[in-house]
Design a protein around this ligand. Structure first.
Ligand SMILES: C[S@@+](CC[C@H](N)C(=O)[O-])C[C@H]1O[C@@H](n2cnc3c(N)ncnc32)[C@H](O)[C@@H]1O
Length: 231
């Protein structure tokens, strides 16, 4: 495919993805969650801060969650839930467990709180993910909420406080996912780089996600996972 045709194909794909996302949003949330909400603080030069609220496409979430099974005993949390797209996806797919989100950006968080009110299975907290106790949760989703240094601080805090094993799904892991590789207690279960799904480009550049388990009891064994991750 030559460059120009590829560019046209990408633009058309992204438009179509947004249209499909908007359609599903309206059915689940009664409103579209597509609009981007800028970050409240980010310092790219130093790799600190938080990203803006960009909702992850349903098509991508379907692919990611085909590798994760939630049971009634799980408790799911979207760390930086934005307007709540991941929660909407899980509701649509009848996830059998409690679903939560935490969001620091008031504009996005209020949207998520507003539309999830009618779903008793869902709780959306407005506040800083750094202030939360993660022990009530078994599965965490991170849709690249943090810049790399902030991500590392978050992981250190998680490790310092978690008392049981968790699964962590990291969508868009290219910039900082490698930081987990050498850390005791972490094991990469799966990783995939996505460019297209069903022939549709999912982004302008390829994006990866990885699925990790973290078990505090593995930390003492000192066997960090050295599985295949090429970032
Ligand atoms: C790229 S959006 C992802 C939204 C949603 N998880 C999804 O995948 O559709 C990342 C979100 O993380 C939020 N965020 C970043 N740092 C946070 C923090 N310390 N506490 C809570 N939310 C945070 C941002 O405000 C932003 O809305």
């Amino acid at each position: 495919m030559n460059k120009r045709i590829r560019r046209i194909h990408k633009t058309a794909s992204l438009r179509l993805l947004h249209r499909m996302d908007r359609f599903i949003d309206r059915r689940i949330c009664g409103q579209s969650l597509v609009k981007y909400v800028p970050s409240v603080f980010r310092d790219d030069a130093n790799g600190v801060g938080m990203t803006g609220s960009q909702s992850t496409s349903y098509l991508i979430l379907k692919r990611i969650f085909s590798h994760v099974s939630l049971t009634a005993d799980d408790s799911f949390l979207d760390v930086g839930c934005g307007k709540g797209r991941v929660l909407a996806f899980l509701l649509r797919n009848r996830a059998p467990c409690a679903l939560s989100g935490v969001e620091i950006n008031e504009i996005s968080g209020r949207v998520a709180q507003e539309w999830t009110e009618r779903y008793p299975q869902v709780t959306v907290m407005l506040g800083d993910a750094f202030k939360l106790d993660y022990n009530p949760y078994t599965v965490l989703f991170l849709g690249r909420p943090f810049l790399p240094k902030t991500f590392l601080q978050f992981i250190e805090r998680l490790e310092g406080t978690l008392e049981h094993a968790i699964t962590l799904i990291y969508w868009v892991d290219q910039q900082s996912g490698y930081l987990l590789r050498e850390r005791p207690g972490w094991k990469m279960e799966y990783r995939e780089k996505l460019s297209t799904i069903h022939g549709l480009w999912i982004s302008k550049a390829p994006q990866s996600y990885s699925i990790w388990t973290y078990d505090p009891s593995r930390r003492t064994e000192g066997n960090a996972d050295h599985g295949e991750i090429h970032l």
